[in-house]
Structures are given as C-alpha cells and as structure tokens.
Ligand binder design. Structure first.
Ligand code: AR6
Length: 174
C-alpha cells in the first residue's frame, strides 16, 4: 500500500518523524523563516555540518543529522525564488520535493515532514505551491516508495486550508 500524505498546521521543528525538510538557501548557512527555526532548534552542530557541505544548488537536496531536533535527519533543499512563473519555478519546486524524497529513501527514512517550500521569503504563491507539493509527493508514493508517511506542515491556518484543498482535489482526481 502506498504511504499516506497528511496535511497539518504547526511548527515543523517539533515533528516527531525520521526526517524534516528545511527550506534553505544555496549557501546552506542558515537564514530566516523555517531555516532559522530549524537551526535554532537543532543547535550549533547543524551549522558546523552544513559548512562542510559547501552549499546546494536550487532544486537539489542535501542531508545532515538532526542534532537536538526530535527528527534524526534534516534534508536541506533550496526552492526557487518566485519570478512570476516563467522562469522554470514549477519544475524546480517539484524537483525539491522529488530530490528530498530520494534523499530520505537513501537514509532509510519511513516518516518525514515538509514545510511549504518557497512560500515565504521566496514568494511562491501558496495555491500553486500546494498543487506541486501534493502531486509530486503522491506520485512518488504511488510508485512503490518505502516511505510510510509524509506530513505537509503548514505554519498558518490559511496555508493548512490551501494544502488540504489541494490534497482533497488530488484524491478526487484519482
Ligand atoms: N514550521 C513550519 N513552517 C514554517 C516555520 C516553522 N517553524 N517557519 C516558517 N514556516 P521560508 P522560503 C513557513 O521563508 O520561502 C530563509 O531565510 C512559512 O510560513 O522559511 O523557501 C532561507 O534561508 C512559509 O510558508 O522559506 C532562504 O534564504 C514556509 O515555511 C529563504 O528563507 C517557507 O518560508 C527561503 O525562502
């Protein structure tokens, strides 16, 4: 049976899963938003390990330990900056989800949580981002992944509603 997708509101740093995904930037040296929250909650070991990675291109993903987080791993991915939709943003955002799922599998992850990548400082419209998140994760799980549960963790009730609607639409289309 394919793994399940759960949409919820909350702070991703509190999620008790094997891996949480970080919406990082290409430097992987921390920042604001969810990236800042993850580094604060994980403690200084995370930044030390990130320094050794030497950055990450947009659309790619890199894995570190979770340090003081409940999650064993942090998968750092770099979403696209929204430039109006004509600059390959949709493909790059889908690639972030896909590559993060692949990294998770390579580390034996069974449960994981994603934030709404690119929808904060990078300006990606929530509804479009939610469609891409749901479609990419659902396709991957349907293709025989060992991942049992993927949580899409939204930081506001508005974002949670938009992601839940995207998931309901996707389930209705199957
Ligand atoms: N838990 C879950 N979601 C959160 C949390 C949290 N603790 N905090 C914020 N969000 P953003 P981006 C949501 O800006 O758009 C950073 O400085 C937030 O409401 O964190 O990919 C990086 O270093 C939004 O829906 O990431 C990069 O420079 C979503 O997480 C840049 O921002 C993503 O917002 C990346 O921008």
């Amino acid at each position: 049976m394919a793994g399940r997708i759960v949409v919820k509101a909350g702070d991703i740093t509190r999620e008790e899963v094997d891996a949480i995904v970080n919406a990082a930037n290409e430097s992987l040296l921390g920042g604001g938003g969810v990236d800042g929250a993850i580094h604060r909650a994980a403690g200084p070991g995370l930044l030390q390990e990130c320094r050794r990675l030497g950055g990450c291109p947009t659309g790619e993903a890199r894995t570190t330990a979770g340090y003081a987080l409940p999650a064993r791993y942090v998968i750092h991915t770099v979403g696209p900056v929204w430039r109006g939709g004509g600059a390959g943003e949709a493909e790059l955002l889908a690639r972030c989800y896909q590559r993060s799922l692949e990294e998770a599998e390579a580390h034996g992850v069974r449960t994981m949580a994603f934030p709404a990548i690119s929808t904060g400082a990078y300006g990606y419209p929530l509804a479009e981002a939610a469609e891409i998140a749901v479609r990419t994760v659902a396709r991957h799980l349907a293709n025989g992944s060992p991942i049992e549960e993927v949580r899409l963790v939204c930081f506001s009730e508005t974002a949670r509603r938009i992601f839940a609607e995207a998931l309901a639409r996707h389930c209705g289309e199957r």
